[in-house]
Design a protein around this ligand. Structure first.
Ligand code: ATP
Ligand code: MG
Length: 286
């Protein structure tokens, strides 16, 4: 059994235990019946920003992706993630990986956009890679001039409202970061960060928070922030994520609820181009 399979199996077992011990009322409540409609008055608008279609296309960001296989794969990923979040009543989803450059940021951004394309889902995309923030540049938000981001807030130099942006993608709001900051794990567990998470969760009902995070092996950031995370989506890249690094990451992963594994940069085409690896498919993949 591969390390990924083992990790997925463990998290499935954990989920099973949680489900079994959950009171009956809680289990029936989370069924996908008719989602409660969100009051439009509660769906606030933040600082408006227009996204440049050319930048999105160049950076392979939805909705400017024309590759049909990738589009299909993101939709499948969106649906699986949504189902799992709802089944567990989870709202805070961290996207991480094992080592650098596996496609975490691209996956976090495109998943956040794909989730917001579901008419019942409001999404906050938060750049929590404090040392290598990239969400702003992938979306073309950098260079607006005088903009404030997460690090300004964490350092006490900007209020909550000034770091929230509404791009022209319905139901999506973004908390970008424009400046890398040292002591990232200390900042991530600071009272100000915890306040921010509470404030985001209070903004709109049914809001999912997607966190773009650094790799689990590069720092202790993911571990330090794990009490705030409901589920972890692990991005691995074909040909780039080694078995050894996955082995090393196992201990960190064991501390968290693994929501699924995305195989990015797969050489296989069609629906498996970006493959969502979850409980149901754990047995069929090497
Ligand atoms: N499936 C893909 N197809 C083509 N290019 C991709 C794919 N996934 C990621 N890339 C490219 O690989 C590079 C790294 O991607 P990304 O920044 O998302 O990785 P990351 O894991 O967040 O990196 P870091 O560890 O530095 O945060 C980017 O140039 C991105 O456009
Ligand atoms: Mg990244």
């Amino acid at each position: 059994m591969s390390i990924i399979e083992e990790a997925v199996r463990k998290s499935a077992e954990q989920r099973h235990r949680q489900d079994a011990s959950a009171p009956q009322v809680a289990r029936t409540r989370v069924r996908r019946v008719t989602p409660a409609p969100v009051e439009m008055a509660q769906a606030k608008e933040y600082q408006r920003v227009s996204l440049d279609a050319g930048v999105l296309e160049q950076n392979r960001i939805l909705p400017r992706i024309s590759d049909q296989a990738a589009l299909r794969a993101y939709k499948i990923l969106r649906t699986r993630v949504l189902r799992r979040l709802e089944a567990n009543q989870w709202r805070v989803l961290a996207v991480s990986g094992v080592t650098v450059g596996e496609g975490k940021t691209l996956t976090a951004i495109n998943l956040a956009i794909a989730l917001s394309q579901d008419v019942n889902t409001w999404v906050f995309l938060v750049d929590l890679d404090l040392q290598r923030p990239r969400v702003a540049s992938y979306l073309g938000l950098s260079g607006l001039g005088g903009e404030k981001g997460l690090s300004d807030y964490l350092l006490g130099e900007a209020p909550f409202e000034s770091i929230l942006y509404s791009p022209d993608i319905e139901r999506l709001s973004v908390v970008p970061n424009f400046q890398p900051v040292p002591q990232s794990s200390e900042l991530l567990s600071s009272p100000r960060m915890i306040e921010l998470m509470q404030a985001l969760e209070n903004e709109v009902p049914r809001r999912i928070i997607v966190l773009d995070m650094p790799p689990v092996l590069a720092s202790d950031d993911v571990l330090a922030f794990s009490p705030q995370i409901d589920g972890l989506l692990l991005v691995v890249a074909e040909g780039a994520t080694s078995r050894d690094s996955l082995q090393t990451a196992k201990e960190v992963l064991a501390e968290m609820n693994l929501l699924g594994v995305v195989l990015n940069r797969s050489s296989e085409r069609d629906d498996s181009a970006y493959y969502s690896y979850d409980q149901g498919s754990a047995g069929s993949r090497p």
